[in-house]
Design a protein around this ligand. Structure first.
Ligand SMILES: [Zn+2]
Length: 202
């Protein structure tokens, strides 16, 4: 069922279209997401590259070339899959992207993290429309399988020559929602520090 989108910001309409694609674990409809992204790439005049890192697991890369190819690129990453739902606990179908009169949009993936993927795209759309261009190339990477550990997604992609060819200098990815006006940023510098703690209970 389609919601009326008359008078709606095109970015919001696009967001809701993306939310309706059932990229839900454990059998995400990735093909539909890839087609959706390819169409957007065409609309925005971005290059589109697909890298199948495992059977049925495609990383989609949308590229906006910078003016100085000697510089390393900016990578705007997001994952296309979402965690499962217990539909009986939802007030609205989690894949309908219902928008209430206050403007709240209900969907699995609305926060984690289809919002971010669309924000990247809309930011690029606006900047391009304003005639902006930047020295650094910007790559928007859309990866499968993050919610199951990325073993069939980013973990394989970073070992691929296509990833090396991006010449990534800096990357953004998801944060967390905040109930206040303070926003969460995960920060990391030099090399990330992962500490494993084993607790035996009692
Ligand atoms: Zn996420």
């Amino acid at each position: 069922r389609r919601q009326l989108s008359e008078g709606e910001h095109p970015g919001v309409t696009l967001f809701r279209q993306y939310l309706r694609i059932r990229t839900v674990q454990p059998e995400p409809k990735y093909d539909e997401a890839v087609l959706f992204l390819e169409k957007i790439a065409k609309d925005l005049g971005l290059e589109c590259q697909k890298v199948e890192v495992a059977p049925g697991r495609v990383v989609t890369i949308l590229t906006w070339q910078g003016t100085d190819p000697s510089l390393r690129s900016l990578v705007l990453n997001s994952h296309t899959d979402v965690v499962p739902v217990f539909e009986e606990h939802w007030n609205h179908d989690p894949f309908e992207a219902f928008k209430d009169t206050q403007g709240n949009i209900y969907a699995r993936g609305a926060q984690d993290m289809k919002c971010v993927g669309i924000q990247y795209l809309e930011a690029v759309r606006r900047l391009k429309a304003e005639g902006k261009c930047f020295p650094r190339t910007i790559h928007l990477t859309f990866v499968p399988d993050e919610e199951t550990g990325g073993h069939q997604g980013m973990e394989l992609f970073v070992k691929r020559p296509e990833f090396q060819a991006l010449r990534a200098g800096f990357a953004l990815d998801e944060g967390l929602a905040s109930p206040t006006e303070t926003f969460t940023v995960f920060y990391s510098e030099r090399s990330p520090w992962w500490l494993h703690v084993t607790s035996s209970g009692n």
